[in-house]
Design a protein. Structure first.
Length: 506
């Protein structure tokens, strides 16, 4: 188990991902709020930071229980912090140190650089520079512009590097992390999906005993994997509820429900479409639509949960990025759209919360799903927002608009699948615009709806690029939509990236 102390760098989560890729478990804690008892941690990594160590409000945590005690790897800001406090000198650099560089000098016989040759490319991103190493510092590597690119403290397992090993542009970054974790800290790489599944099931059995648990399934990867893990742990004591809010994709409710039953899950499908449509009637404001959907969902879910006698727990598919976000150095980032808050428990549902996936990244959830033999089709599904088509119908919602958009969306998504494009796209969907445009069909003038198609590539939804779908494919889909979906006479393709646009239009 590795502790990563976060100083607020944009790359901290990447460090965790790289460590996990080595099958080593790690946890991120903010520098100003980490556990007192470090006995469970075999090594510590200090992250980068947007701060300068010389600033008064910069992170300056007390490292006396760590430095010289645990194997320590300090990255970027971490390396500067170690220097600053160990009697070295950190100063603003005279030249910009950003981007690719090469390690022109590497000290020979140094374990941290085992298997890494002189000339190795590294990624730099800093504006201060270490002018003088701290007491007992030994220089390990330099680039053309950065003399003190890596150092260690003599007599300790303390290492510091100015570059970012977690970024792919640092070609041997993974090797360096492996050297540190395996050869210096002597950690066993035993964090695999199989091990996770075994431990998780045992922990859940221990925690839940004979208690009943209720879980809301959404058709998405996270809730499905959470359900299967719980099902393996407690069997019939897991009660799943799958709510149709009337805003799902075409035939989604029926198809996914069938799949869940096939997997042996105890699922109750609740068709609450009408209740959602009634609550949404006449509302056009995106945030209000979201709030209404959230509220009605909780009402429906609560009604159903009350019918399960003596239920004690609510299971949620929360994953690690949500957990980190909620305890981050800067606090949860400003709300851009209301879903970005970790959904807590509504007050009136006095259930204890169990979150089997709270320590996993998305790709790890998928791997665990694979270990659990969950169908590839389910695991590879694009993310789909909780409010569903309601935030892809600009303006107010009616069942007719939903049906129209479902048809358009189905043509687009099935087309992506048929043309083997589905898996190369992170998320895709259609948007119903609140405008009519003039067209001509046969001899007749039409005045009908415009739909937009959106497909993006992304890794986590935080940033996204529009996908360059082949023109031939777009031609085909556009024709099919206009020919088959009554009420649509124009199709446009969204060529905006995030930022500044968002993935959804609302
Ligand atoms: P944006 O539009 O913010 O979307 O770029 C980023 C990701 O979040 C999804 N999204 C939502 N998911 N409730 C959700 O559960 C919402 O209200 C919501 N809004 C956006 C969006 O589909 C994309 O994957």
């Amino acid at each position: 188990n590795v502790l990563i102390l976060d100083f607020g760098s944009q790359y901290t989560q990447l460090i965790a991902r790289r460590v996990r890729e080595l099958n080593i478990f790690c946890e991120i804690y903010p520098y100003n709020h980490f556990p007192e008892d470090l006995s469970g941690f075999k090594a510590v990594i200090l992250s980068g930071s947007p701060y300068s160590v010389r600033a008064n409000d910069a992170p300056h945590p007390n490292l006396t229980h760590i430095k010289g005690v645990k194997p320590l790897l300090a990255v970027c800001y971490g390396a500067q912090y170690l220097a600053h406090f160990g009697g070295g000198e950190v100063a603003p650099s005279t030249i910009r140190e950003y981007g690719r560089a090469n390690l022109d000098f590497i000290k020979t016989d140094e374990v941290l650089f085992d298997g890494i040759a002189t000339g190795s490319q590294v990624w730099m991103s800093h504006s201060d520079t270490i002018k003088q190493l701290p007491t007992n510092g030994v220089l390990l590597a330099s680039t053309k512009d950065v003399t003190n690119a890596a150092y260690k403290i003599e007599g300790e397992n303390t290492y510091a590097i100015q570059f970012h090993p977690e970024v792919y542009h640092s070609t041997d970054g993974k090797q360096l992390l492996e050297n540190f974790l395996l050869k210096i800290a002597h950690i066993e790489p035993n964090f695999t999906s199989t091990a996770f599944v075994e431990d998780c099931i045992a922990d859940l059995q221990n925690q839940l005993q004979d208690d009943k648990v209720v879980l809301g399934l959404s058709g998405g990867v996270d809730s499905t994997v959470a359900a299967v893990l719980l099902h393996k742990a407690i069997g019939k004591n897991l009660y799943c509820i799958f709510v149709n809010n009337g805003l799902l994709r075409k035939n989604e409710f029926e198809n996914v429900l069938e799949q869940y039953k096939h997997m042996g899950l105890n699922v109750k499908g609740v068709d609450a479409s009408q209740r959602f449509y009634e609550a949404l009637a006449g509302e056009s404001d995106p945030e209000k639509k979201r709030k209404i959907i959230g509220r009605v969902f909780i009402e429906v879910f609560d009604d159903e949960a009350h019918q399960i006698e003596n239920v004690k727990w609510l299971a949620q598919g929360t994953i690690y990025p949500d957990v980190i976000e909620s305890v981050s150095v800067k606090g949860p980032s400003a709300t851009i759209k209301s879903h970005h808050n970790v959904g807590g428990l509504p007050d009136f549902m006095k259930l204890k919360v169990v979150e089997p996936l709270r320590m996993l990244f998305k790709d790890e959830v998928r791997r665990v799903g694979k270990t659990l033999d969950i169908d590839d089709e389910l695991l590879g599904r694009h993310p789909f927002p909780g409010p569903g088509l309601a935030i892809r119908i600009l303006g107010d919602i009616t069942p007719e608009k939903v049906q129209l958009l479902q048809e358009v969306d189905a043509i687009f998504i099935n087309g992506l699948k048929e043309h083997n494009l589905y898996d190369s796209v992170w998320q895709a969907g259609a948007i119903l615009l609140p405008v009519n445009s003039v067209g001509v069909m046969g001899d007749e003038r039409t005045y009908e709806k415009v739909v937009a198609l959106r497909s993006v590539s992304s890794t986590d939804g935080m940033t996204a690029d529009w996908v360059h779908l082949p023109y031939e494919f777009l031609i085909k889909i556009s024709n099919e939509i206009i020919n088959k979906v009554k009420g649509v006479n124009r199709v446009v393709y969204d060529i905006s990236s995030k930022p500044p646009a968002t993935i959804e239009w609302e």
